[in-house]
Ligand binder design. Structure first.
Ligand code: HEM
Length: 187
């Protein structure tokens, strides 16, 4: 998994909980890499899962909630650090329709070692889509957070629910997404 993901996570933990928690987290986690991440390195995604599990114990917030919040916060950072990738996309659902066919393809060219999930886009109506996530790794909550961040980026609210089926899991899930313009949201 890309180092940028790890450096952003530790930065966010420091901003939200302070550097003592970062210190404690790294010393509790006994990571193979030693926890000295660089943005351009590549690390085992298991380390991310260990960090989040230990953070959850330190701050008493469920793992899935932490991973989702992290995804939500990192979306804008991914966009700002790769401005060329968004070029020409001006609509949130257009972006969702292009994750698999364009965005992650470009990401894969920039970072040949990136391991990327698959998305299937299914438009139900103007403001309603189904997005099916499938990965070899259990990051559905991270995807959900990125989706929330995407809505915010376009000044919209995404109402996201998971369509559960017998084989849904953190590696395989369909998101039902309804978008609302922020100006139209009351209360
Ligand atoms: C709402 C839109 C997006 C969603 C839902 C999404 C989803 C994901 C997920 C869930 C992962 C974790 C890997 C996995 O699950 O197997 C991932 C990885 C990644 N995505 Fe996206 N993504 C989105 C947009 C973007 C954009 C706009 C960029 C860059 C401009 C980007 C760059 C990356 C990178 C660099 C990784 C890390 C790959 C690795 O560590 O090996 N994504 N994405």
């Amino acid at each position: 998994m890309m180092g940028q993901i790890f450096t952003e996570l530790l930065e966010l933990v420091e901003t939200k909980y302070g550097y003592e928690i970062v210190d404690q987290l790294l010393s509790n986690s006994k990571l193979h890499s030693g926890g000295s991440y660089t943005a351009i390195g590549t690390y085992n995604h298991i380390e991310l899962l260990i960090l989040v599990k230990n953070l959850s114990e330190l701050v008493h917030i469920p793992i899935n909630e932490l991973v989702r919040d992290f995804g939500e916060a990192i979306f804008i950072k991914l966009i700002l650090s790769h401005p060329q990738i968004l070029g020409g996309i001006s609509d949130s659902f257009e972006l969702l329709s292009k994750i698999d066919s364009y965005i992650h393809v470009e990401v894969g060219k920039l970072y040949p070692r990136a391991q990327l999930p698959h998305f299937k886009y299914d438009q139900i109506s103007d403001n309603h889509v189904h997005l099916h996530y499938r990965s070899t790794r259990p990051f559905a909550s991270f995807a959900e957070g990125l989706l929330l961040g995407c809505g915010q980026y376009f000044n919209e609210k995404f109402i996201i629910t998971r369509l559960l089926s017998a084989d849904s899991s953190e590696m395989n899930v369909t998101f039902d997404i309804v978008r609302q313009q922020k100006a139209l949201i009351h209360g």
